[in-house]
Design a protein around this ligand. Structure first.
Ligand SMILES: [Zn+2]
Length: 226
């Protein structure tokens, strides 16, 4: 009988039904996306968010630890549409060669003004209708990374998608009860365009183009009275 090469023999010892059910090591660019990944993947996924709570995904500066997390990831999730401008460099620095899933794939995009230029608005997750697209993309990617657990990932994914659809309907009905002229919100960062479009809410962002500057009271007043 021919002897198995040592590496194969060792590998054979470790392959048991128990090791087939695996946990997907996922990295997401920011917390909202990490939460979607966790909601969909449940116990079958461990997810790290690169940008922490209260961090700014537009201007994030990755650390060597982020690069290490990426290097050992099974799958990486970004929102896309130009938001994570820092991601390409981080990926090549980390040596990660796996799949980069763009969760916003398939979203009907809108434009916004930023620093005097018209750009694609990257904040697509803020409408729950788009959230369903994000969750579906995440679900498909997790199933691809962990086909053994397809049935369970599909179950938790579809349950989450149903919740988002219910929330979407609830938000539509709730906003419809408010007169259109009263559906105005003042914000310091123009991040709610998709939300406004979906639910008929006007967001006023007097300092939309200067993210780091604090608005002067006069600017707020002007926005509110217009
Ligand atoms: Zn933003």
């Amino acid at each position: 009988m021919k002897k198995l090469p040592l590496s194969l023999a060792i590998a054979a010892m470790f392959i048991s039904p128990l090791t087939l059910a695996k946990t997907v090591d996922a990295v997401a660019s920011f917390t909202v996306l990490a939460d979607i990944v966790k909601q969909v993947g449940g116990d079958h996924v461990k997810v790290k968010s690169l940008v922490g709570p209260d961090g700014d995904p537009h201007t994030f500066e990755p650390t060597p630890q982020d690069s290490q997390a990426l290097a050992k990831a099974d799958v990486v999730f970004v929102s896309g549409l130009g938001m994570e401008g820092w991601m390409d460099r981080l990926i090549s620095a980390s040596g990660y060669t796996g799949n980069v899933v763009v969760a916003s794939n398939g979203v009907n995009t809108r434009k916004m003004e930023e620093e005097g230029k018209t750009v694609t608005d990257p904040h697509a997750w803020n409408s729950m209708q788009n959230g369903v697209i994000y969750a579906t993309n995440v679900m498909n990617a997790l199933i691809k990374a962990d086909p053994q657990d397809e049935a369970e990932i599909r179950k938790s994914g579809e349950r989450y998608i149903q919740q988002l659809q219910q929330l979407d309907g609830w938000a539509k009905r709730s906003f419809e009860a408010v007169p259109l002229s009263k559906r105005k919100v003042l914000t310091s960062h123009d991040a709610f365009g998709y939300f406004g479009q979906r639910y008929g809410v006007t967001f006023l962002a007097p300092v939309a183009s200067q993210r780091k500057r604090k608005p002067a009271p006069a600017m707020w007043q002007q926005s509110l009275s217009s």
